[in-house]
Design a binder for this molecule. Sequence first.
Ligand SMILES: [Zn+2]
Length: 498
Amino acid sequence: MIPYLRQTLLLRTRNTRKCHIYSKRFYKFCTTWEKQFANVLNHPTDVTKETWENMRKYAMESEEKPQIVDSYILLMCKQANYLDVGINYYKFLESNNYNPTVSTIALYLKLYDLKNDPITKADMDHILNLYNYITSQYQLFDSTTSDILVRVLCKIDEWREAIKVIEKFEMMDNNFLRSGYSALIAYLYNCGEIDLAYKYLIASIKTGIGPTDEAYSAYIMYCLKERDKFKERLEILFNLWNKYDIKPTKNIIGKFITICNNNGWSARLTTITSLTCSTCKKSLIQADLTKDEYIRLEKAVLDKLIMKNIYSVTDPHEIKTYINFINNRKPYDVIIDGLNIVSKYKFCTFAEHLIYYKKKNKKVLVIGRFHMNKIANMKNLQDLADFFFVHNWSQDDLFVLYAAFKSGQNTIILSNDLMRQHKFALDNIELHTLFKKWQASHHYISNGCSIPDSRVQIDSIIQKQDNCWHIPYMCGHFAPQTKHTSTSNWACFNMCPQ
Ligand SMILES: [Zn+2]
C-alpha cells in the first residue's frame, strides 16, 4: 500500500508540473537563462560547483515552486537540446547531496535517451544503479516515466529489465507505452531477437495505433538482412497494417520507398482519383469481406452492437414486432435510412432512389419514423418498397444495421449517417476494421442525385491489387488516429515492375 500511495503522489506531482512547465513563463525563463548562462551552456564539462549553485539559485528565484527547480532546469536542457549541460548539472546535484527527486532522475535518464553519442561504461553503470534505486523506492511508474525507463534500459542493453518495466506497467494501466514499445521493438530487431521483436510489434499494432517510425525503420532493416526474404517479410508488415487499420507516416513511407526501389521494386508517392491509382492505373475497389470475416462481423454487430444497445433506444414491443417483421420478409437487397435521406434532400430525391432500385429489381426496405406517414405522397410509394416506421424516439440506424446483417452479405444500406459511433462501439480493433471494410463495399450515401451510387467517403485502408500495394499515409505527429479520405497522400508499391 505504501508504494502505491507514493506512486499516487508521484503522479500528482508530475501532472501539476506538466501544466506548469509548458507555460509562457517557462519559455521566457529559458530565453533569459540562455543569455545569463551562455558560457555554461556552451562549455558544460568544465563548470565549477559555485557556478552550478548560482544557476540553481537563479532558477529558484525565477520559479515560484523551488521544490521542482531541478526538474525545471533539466527540462529546459531537454527542450533546448543542452543534453550535456543537463547531465553534468545532475551529477553536480548528486555529488553535493541535493537528493534529486524521481522526476529529476527520470528527466536525467531521458537526456541519455536523446543523446546520440555512445554511452560510456561508467555512465551505463550509473544509469543502471539509478534504475535499481528508483525501482527499490517505487513499485510503479506513470506512463511518461515508464517510457523513459524502457528506452534508456534498451540503450544500455538491459532489455530484459525493459520488458519487466512494460509488464509491471501493463498490470496496472491500459495505456499503450508507445515510445517504450517502439524503442524495445527497434532494439530487439537490431540485436537479432526476432521472435520477441515480432511479439511486441504485433502487440503494439493490435492497439490500433502501432509503434513509431523508429520500430518500422528497424523492421525494414531486418527485412534487408536476407534479400530473398525481403518481399515476404515486408508483406507481413503490410498485411498487419491492413488487418489492424494502421497508417504509416509520410516519413517512414519515404524511407520504405527508397529501400524498396533499391531492391527492384517500383515505389513512389501517388494519387488516387475515382478509385484509380495514377501511377499503376489499377482500380482500388475495396475487396469484400471473406465469408469467415463476414460471419464474424455479423455476429459481433448483432450481439455486441444491436442486442446490447437496442433496449436502451426503443421499447421491447417495438423490437419484437420489428424482429418478426424482418424474419418474415428478409432478405432485402437494399435497406434505406428513410428519415435520414428525406431530411437531407427533397422528398422527390428519396422517391427517385426507390424508383431506381425498383427498375433494378431490388427488394428494398425503408426504415422511417411514424411522423413520416404524414408526408403527402408517402402512400404512393408503398408499391416500390417495404416500409417499417419506428417510434420517433427510436435510434433508427440500429434498425438499419439489423435488417442489413439479417439479410446477408450482398445487402447494401443507403444512409447518410456514417455510423462512426457504432464502429467505435465494437471495442475490438479487428472488428472495428472489418466494419470499416464492410462499409466500404456496402454502405452508400445519397448525394442528392437520383442514382444513389456514391460510396461512403470512409477512412482508407492499405490494400493490395495484384502485385501492387496501395498505402494511405498520414502527415503529422498523431497520424495513427487520423481519418484518411484524401485522394493524395497515397503510395504505390509495385513489387514486380516490368
Ligand atoms: Zn498504384
